[in-house]
Ligand binder design. Structure first.
Ligand code: PLP
Length: 453
């Protein structure tokens, strides 16, 4: 049936350039228009309800309705709808939020810089590292190492860190000085019979080889998500981060933990860094920081980095970086309220209590499925990887368009799903999800998967 001329679908096709969308296919298929949310569910124009299996974009941690966050935003808008932080101006929401983040940090941190998105946070971190090394008399120490399949955003520098072809091809990226090392994915990357520990040693050796090849005095930082999210929900092999950190310490390379997905309970610890024994020098976070009710991100830096930045700005006269909306009072107030809610709901204990329903449920129900190669994850983040050939661990031929097909089927079963490169299907529901809702989500997924066969 052709939609009416004034429908949202027709207007959308005529007017919106969508992020991360196949432009030609969209002209044909049109949008799924969502009109409202409630708990872990969203509703479309026809009133159909969907469980949001990935909390939107791994971000709506408190779900799609929360009166306290609405009130926090309204209160702040009435009191002071905007102020900025340039030239030392401030306001209480950003001060309170910075204090709360420092109290909760997984390693000793000194100061918090605010931005509006994960990409901006990562770009800011890169600029801070360059500035820090210039200020501390090491202007040649600028190269950054990230990982294939890592995801760090889409602005020029963050997209360069990202290790996915779609983010580089046709964009003339990455920029110079960014290097990528192997994905820590045991299922695909390890040799036959190789233990996780031995695989981790190989990966740490590879990292050290790259640092030595480039020259340790030219390598500034290593960026990593504790669990790779958008690249496929890849959980590192045992001992990986321990060994990586030894290498970095040997060569005075800063560790930047990108906690944009893993931060705030997602992995079953408050920070992904705590799940893997990471002691970052710099930490970036966003998304669940405000439960995504409003955009805000943060970069935490340790004392050493802060001192370098402060020395640098003294010599130049200013730290010449910041956004109009850095620390915007309204998202900051919403983030403060979000962190209070996390404390009250005992976030980490809650995630740990419902996580087995997701992790064991996925493994028990789909681990042996002929189309499932691997089920992986931790806490409330997981992926089911589809394979055409289970024994050979071979993914589907892209021509079979498995992702859009399963996506459509899943929608008809009341699920909005997210597909990842390498035929991974992500599960990263709102953290407020109950065990009963997890069972419901997996029942629906099972029915959708059976229909695909
Ligand atoms: N870092 C990670 C780990 C992410 O998953 C994302 C987005 O998904 C980003 C950075 C970029 O964040 P944003 O889309 O807010 O720029």
């Amino acid at each position: 049936m052709t939609p009416p001329r004034n429908s949202n679908a027709v207007r959308d096709i005529a007017s919106v350039l969508h992020p991360y969308t196949d432009g030609r296919a969209h002209q044909k298929n049109g949008p799924l228009v969502i009109t409202r949310g409630e708990g872990v569910r969203v509703f479309d124009e026809q009133g159909n309800s969907y469980i949001e299996t990935v909390a939107g974009l791994w971000c709506a941690s408190l779900g799609f309705s929360n009166e306290r966050l609405v009130e926090a935003a309204t209160r702040q808008m009435r009191q002071l709808p905007f102020y900025h932080g340039f030239t030392g101006r401030s306001h209480e929401p950003q001060i309170e939020l910075a204090e709360m983040l420092l109290e909760r940090a997984p390693a000793p941190m000194s100061k918090v810089f605010f931005a509006n998105s994960g990409s901006e946070a990562n770009d800011s971190a890169i600029k801070m590292i360059w500035y820090f090394n210039n200020a501390t008399g090491r202007p040649q120490k600028k190269k950054i190492i990230a990982r294939i399949k890592g995801y760090h955003g889409v602005t020029l520098a963050a997209a360069s860190l990202t290790g996915l072809p779609a983010n580089h091809k046709l964009f003339d990226l990455p920029i110079a000085g960014i290097h990528h090392v192997s994905t820590p994915h045991h299922y695909h990357g390890a040799n036959e019979g190789e233990s996780e520990e031995d695989f981790a040693t190989c990966l740490a050796d590879e990292l050290e080889e790259v640092i030595l090849r480039e020259g340790p005095d030219t390598v500034a930082a290593f960026f990593a998500e504790p669990i790779m999210g958008a690249g496929g929900v890849i959980v590192p092999p045992a001992t990986y981060f321990e060994k990586v950190q030894e290498v970095l310490r040997r060569h005075d390379v800063l560790f930047v933990a990108d906690e944009v997905i893993c931060g705030f309970g997602r992995t079953g610890e408050y920070w992904g860094s705590q799940a893997f024994g990471i002691q970052p020098d710099i930490l970036t976070c966003a998304k669940a920081l405000s439960s995504s009710f409003l955009p805000i991100s943060a970069v935490m830096v340790n004392e050493r980095v802060f001192e370098g930045l402060a020395d640098g700005s003294e010599s130049v006269g200013t730290f010449g970086h910041g956004f109009t909306y850095s620390g915007h009072p309204v998202p900051a107030a919403v983030a403060v309220e979000t962190l209070k809610i996390y404390d009250e709901m005992n976030l980490v204990a809650h995630v740990q209590s419902v996580a087995p329903a997701l992790q064991d449920g996925l493994r028990q129900r789909f681990g042996d499925h002929p189309l499932v190669g691997e089920v992986r994850g931790r806490g409330l983040i997981a992926a089911v990887e589809l394979v055409e050939d289970k024994a050979a661990r071979r993914n589907f031929d892209p021509a079979r368009k498995i992702a859009p097909r399963l996506s459509k089927i899943a929608e008809s079963h009341g699920l909005i799903m997210r597909f990842l490169p390498g035929d991974g299907i992500a599960f990263s529901p709102p953290l407020i999800i109950t065990e009963a809702e997890i069972h419901d989500m997996l029942d629906r997924f099972g029915r959708a998967l059976d229909e695909l066969q």
